[in-house]
Design a protein around this ligand. Structure first.
Ligand SMILES: *Cc1c(COP(=O)(O)O)cnc(C)c1O
Length: 368
């Protein structure tokens, strides 16, 4: 933790911008000569686009992906010279913010293409566009039939400056999944028919699948923030956040007494319980209640007992040797406590833990 922490702060989320920049550089060198973009949607995965985007731009990142036009406007103010792509594409009637932010929408349907062409006509100049082709995820992306139509009727892209053609992998975290190679083949085949443009297939996990998946540009998000979802081996990134929360009270509980809502935990012996200022309103999943997840007091660990409530968790510190006292900090995430391990214990994934960390924590950006 970096001091000073305001005395009234219930917890502190420390975000290491130097590690985030180093992670981006490590990914960029892993994929060179392909370009490494940065996905900074959802407020840079909850870590604060206002700080993360300038740090990545300083590290040399030139291309940023956001999800929404609103996020593009924010990103444009932070990175005036960058290329900014909007993954949600064009919403009905929603072209103005894209033009204002000089963003490139990622177009996934014939209707979006038509809307963006209309915006081009209105602007009186060619506007940049990216095409998203589906290769088997069946989420966003042009379907095979829509691609055939574009191949037969190329005028449907007239007036658009198509700079990038991309697709997204369904199972890149598992290198043994045969779907990866099927999507690679589909992507090659579908992009070969479309106008020549830069190509992009891989996000954080896909770029670990080998050079064949890199194409011209990769688009990691999670790995830049230190996330390690790839199950095929070491990734060249390090965790970038630490989350600590204050002990508000320590109480003794007699055998047979219960702790928390619904009395879901019963003390089997005389127990010491630390009440800590973080709850599900801060992104600590309620499903962590009764799980195997252990938080840290210094080098010692302790279990969350009873229900995770909105603002509080209760921790059994009976066996913690160094006495736990009001005002101490419990470490919820940090060295040895990864977002993946919390996600797994809570029945979700590290991505969801990361992107939901609450706004009530005092945020420290290191180095600040
Ligand atoms: C979110 C997203 C990414 C980034 O994915 P990570 O797994 O966080 O690296 C890349 N491409 C698309 C289309 C996305 O939606």
């Amino acid at each position: 933790m970096i001091l000073p922490l305001p005395a009234h702060a219930p917890g502190v989320l420390t975000i290491d911008l130097a590690t985030i920049a180093a992670n981006w550089r490590a990914l960029a060198s892993h994929v060179a000569p392909a370009e490494c973009a940065a996905v900074v949607k959802a407020d840079a995965y909850g870590l604060g686009a206002a700080r993360v985007i300038p740090a990545l731009a300083d590290a040399g990142c030139r291309t940023f992906f956001v999800a929404t036009a609103e996020e593009a406007l924010e990103a444009r103010a932070l990175a005036p010279d960058a290329r900014i792509l909007v993954l949600d594409g064009v919403l009905t009637g929603g072209t103005a913010a894209l033009v204002t932010s000089a963003a490139t929408p990622v177009l996934s349907t014939p209707d979006e293409i038509a809307d963006w062409r209309a915006a081009t006509k209105a602007a009186g100049r060619r506007l940049p566009a990216a095409l998203h082709v589906d290769s088997g995820l069946n989420r966003l992306g042009l379907e095979a039939s829509a691609i055939e139509t574009l191949v037969r009727e190329p005028l449907r892209l007239d007036g658009l400056d198509v700079r990038l053609v991309m697709s997204h992998l369904a199972s890149a975290d598992d290198p043994a999944d045969p779907k990866n190679m099927r999507q690679l083949a589909a992507f090659r085949e579908r992009t070969a028919k479309l106008p020549q443009a830069l190509r992009s297939l891989a996000a954080s996990d896909g770029l670990m699948l080998g050079q064949a998946f890199h194409f011209d540009l990769v688009r990691p998000g999670y790995a830049i923030y230190g996330g390690q979802a790839f199950r095929g081996g070491e990734t060249p990134v390090s965790p970038a956040i630490t989350l600590e929360a204050r002990v508000l009270q320590v109480r003794d509980v007699a055998p047979g007494e219960t702790v928390g809502y619904s009395g879901s935990w019963t003390a089997a012996r005389r127990s010491r319980i630390a009440i800590v200022a973080a709850g599900y309103a801060d992104g600590i999943p309620r499903t962590l209640s009764g799980s195997s997840y252990r938080v840290k007091f210094g080098s010692e660990t302790a279990s969350i007992v009873g229900r995770v409530s909105m603002d509080l968790i209760t921790i059994d510190v009976t066996d913690v040797k160094h006495p736990v006292a009001r005002g101490d900090l419990a470490m919820l995430l940090g060295p040895g406590l990864s977002i993946e391990s919390m996600g797994q214990a809570a029945g979700t994934i590290g991505y969801e833990i990361l992107t939901r960390l609450g706004r009530r924590f005092h945020r420290v950006y290191a180095p600040s």
